[in-house]
Design a protein around this ligand. Structure first.
Ligand SMILES: Cc1cc2nc3c(=O)[nH]c(=O)nc-3n(C[C@H](O)[C@H](O)[C@H](O)COP(=O)(O)OP(=O)(O)OC[C@H]3O[C@@H](n4cnc5c(N)ncnc54)[C@H](O)[C@@H]3O)c2cc1C
Length: 291
């Protein structure tokens, strides 16, 4: 199928893009990599009257760092994230997750901003952002505001962004000393959307006790989920194989609300969740022991 007719604008500056989005409100959609929006338009699941193409707005395409944060422009391509040394050093969980995002051709076009704004519960980056406690800068003609990842994803393909707002920047706290990360997912074929996935970021104190145990989960509810039960059971303790298994099983019972579809039943997804949470936590804590 072909998309419904639409007007197309390709601004060169952020101000110009924000003016267009303000002018057209609900009728307008930003176009980033087009890897989700264009198929949706072709199927007429999305019928925006106006497209505001962000691909010429250079200021949205940047990777920068200071001592405490990694800053990513919303138009940073998945492939750039995958290959960036700054990303690998400051936020290794992002690098670990990138090979699981779709296929190389799609990663060459797709952007971090597009993936987060699209808010597909099966996408990897939203769950990774929850695990890393990232925050997002949203801009509109009337100013900007910062929203933590934990308050950004409101439901299936639904975020805290208002009409006229653009996601412009993603801020990720720099990895802490004595931290480790691990990502894993199960999909029917590599590159397909996952049946379930888990992204872990853990930090140990100098005394060997766990200070942070954040696990972001994908494909296990109508939005990405932070495994609250894992943090509750492991933070402040010295995690063992047994306590990690217990935390993973408890989390898979209370933190998620998986659906059944043609790919997997809800029950199977819950089982996968317990296995994946355990696996990423074991890997992360083990790598700290060997650091
Ligand atoms: C075959 C296939 C397999 C895929 N597999 C995976 C996968 O396994 N995992 C995964 O995570 N993704 C997967 N994707 C999706 C891919 O990662 C997309 O790139 C991503 O979801 C959307 O990014 P985009 O830059 O292409 O955004 P677009 O498609 O351009 O936009 C998506 C939505 O976000 C909005 N938007 C874009 N940028 C902004 C912004 N800066 N501010 C506000 N709103 C914005 C758009 O208006 C639109 O509603 C797959 C896609 C395909 C086609």
């Amino acid at each position: 199928m072909k998309p419904a007719p639409f007007a197309y604008h390709a601004p060169f500056s952020l101000d110009e893009a924000l003016d267009l989005l303000h002018e057209h409100g609900y009728d307008a959609k930003a176009l980033a990599g087009g890897q989700s929006l264009i198929p949706a338009m072709n199927f007429r699941l999305a019928t925006p009257a106006v497209l505001v193409d962000l691909n010429r707005v250079d200021s949205l395409r940047s990777v920068s760092r200071d001592t405490t944060t990694l800053q990513l422009g919303a138009m940073t391509r998945h492939r750039t994230l995958e290959q960036s040394q700054d990303v690998a050093q400051m936020a290794p969980l992002v690098s670990a997750a990138m090979p699981f995002v779709a296929h190389e051709a799609i990663r060459t076009r797709g952007t971090i901003g597009g993936s987060l704004a699209h808010a597909d519960p099966a996408a990897e980056l939203p769950a990774v952002m929850l695990a890393l406690d990232a925050s997002f800068t949203l801009a509109s003609r009337s100013g900007s505001r910062v929203v933590p990842a934990s308050a950004f994803f409101l439901g299936l393909f639904t975020t805290a962004m208002e009409p006229g707002e653009l996601l412009v920047n993603i801020t990720i706290p720099a990895r802490a000393d004595r931290s480790a990360a691990a990502f894993d997912e199960v999909s029917r074929r590599h590159g397909d959307f996952a049946l379930a996935g888990a992204a872990a970021y853990v930090v140990n104190g100098a005394d060997g006790k766990c200070e942070v145990a954040r696990v972001g989960l994908l494909s296990l509810a109508d939005r990405p989920v932070l495994a609250a039960e894992v943090a509750r059971l492991l933070e402040g303790t010295r995690p063992s194989k047994e306590s990690i298994r217990e935390a993973a099983e408890a989390s898979a019972q209370v933190d998620i609300d998986p659906t059944s579809d043609i790919h997997a039943s809800s029950r199977y997804r819950r089982q996968l969740a317990a296995v994946l949470i355990r696996r990423v936590l074991e890997r992360a804590f083990l790598s700290l022991e060997h650091a």
